[in-house]
Write a protein that binds this ligand. Sequence first.
Ligand code: ZN
Length: 154
Amino acid sequence: MAIREIRLEGDPCLKKVCREVEKFDERLHVLLDDMKDTLIKSQGVGLAAPQVGILKRVFVIDTPDGGMVEFVNPTIVSMEGSYIDVEGCLSLPGKAGNVERPVKTTVKAFDRNGKEFEYTGEDLYSKCICHENDHLDGILYAEKVIEWLDLEED
Ligand code: ZN
């Protein structure tokens, strides 16, 4: 268990297309445990591996129904509807902007032991899946912002 350093906007890791996980081994488990610790510490909803400098197709989301869910080699299989809501990112602290995302997103992924599962997120968790999945392709939500919010600086 360890807290990893979160990479900030401008770090080249955030612009890379990540590689598929091939080995569901101890190294992956340590990464997932560290990512969960880091996410809890930073009070975020989701965290993708490139945000901690690891270019693998992995993200974790703190879900309302299943606690912390680990997604390895995720593939979005369906998206429904669309809505616009405010979004932020641990890699872009102090910023927030409105982004259009599906209302409902279903993703197929593998757990830490290589077992396939399907997860459907709605509203906040739908946009979170899309946001984290974008990270795996080097895409930041900043590229999709329709309108930035004015946050007070202090
Ligand atoms: Zn993010």
